[in-house]
Design a protein around this ligand. Structure first.
Ligand code: DGL
Length: 266
């Protein structure tokens, strides 16, 4: 058993959706959420830049005495896991890619056509393709990096003509030419536009990362005997490197309005 906190991190609001699922799966754990809103987007940055940002926020979180870091961000998960293993060997690290790819394997039929949308950094890293290759199931997978999608979502634009036009630009080819039947939302911001994707392409099965991530994190914590041993009463602190309107509104609408919320300069 271990009473230290768990850190949940993302570049901004995307990880808040995962946070909801994580709090539900681990109600007895103290959680510190960090959204790097001042440096968002991560998805168009280089590997070096992403790791340098990860180093900054992890030193800050580490000072709070954490036992685990949950990367509620496809970009960090595809890019920085070796960095965490090397520099913070005592931390448990849970990324989002294998959990969401396993969820796709469970939910998609053998030989079906599956699309993956994620940030350009995540797609270029090849982490999704490698994770699909490790599956014992054959799926025809099509990939698309979406440079602007998370930025619009971070600003609070999750529906309406502007978002619909953006989605058509990213998804029409996959849907109408590649004939995908399912779509993996490979960036944690994207479930916030699943309503809009459903409206444009009602036939698509959407595969979202949060529940699979929360489930895997719980297993990792338990297997290492590092859970708090409590069934409820876990606390929540939310930090952001910039208190943006988009972040405050999203935290509120996801039910985190009462959490302790601070801006932190790293
Ligand atoms: N939420 C993030 C992800 O899952 C990052 C979005 C961004 O900062 O570009 O990739």
């Amino acid at each position: 058993m271990n009473n230290k906190a768990i850190a949940v991190v993302d570049s901004g609001v995307g990880g808040l959706v995962c946070l909801k699922a994580i709090r539900k799966a681990l109600p007895g754990e103290d959680i510190i959420y960090f959204g790097d809103t001042a440096n968002m987007p991560y998805g168009t940055k280089s590997q070096e830049e992403v790791c340098a940002l990860a180093d900054k926020f992890t030193s800050f979180l580490y000072a709070h005495g954490i036992k685990m870091i949950i990367l509620a961000c496809g970009t960090l998960s595809s890019t920085a896991i070796p960095f965490f293993y090397k520099n913070y060997p005592e931390l448990l690290v849970q990324g989002v890619i294998d959990p969401v790819v396993s969820a796709a394997a469970r939910q998609c039929d053998e030989d079906s056509n599956v699309g993956v949308i994620a940030t350009p950094r995540s797609i270029e890293s090849d982490a999704y393709a490698q994770s699909f290759e490790r599956l014992r199931k054959h799926l025809n997978v099509f990939y698309r990096g979406c440079p602007e999608l998370s930025v619009y979502i971070e600003k609070g634009i999750t529906e309406g003509p502007e978002m619909e036009e953006l989605l058509h630009g990213y998804l029409d080819e996959m849907v109408y030419e590649d004939k995908i039947e399912s779509l993996v939302l490979g960036c944690t911001h994207y479930p916030l536009v699943s309503g809009c994707i459903n409206k444009l392409y009602p036939q698509l099965k959407l595969i979202e990362p949060s529940e699979a991530l929360a489930k895997n994190a719980k297993v990792l914590l338990t297997v290492h005997g590092m859970d708090s041993g409590k069934d409820d009463g876990g606390t929540l602190c939310i930090y952001a490197s910039k208190k943006t309107d988009g972040f405050i509104k999203m935290a509120d609408s996801l039910g985190f309005g009462d959490a302790l919320f601070e801006e932190v300069t790293l």
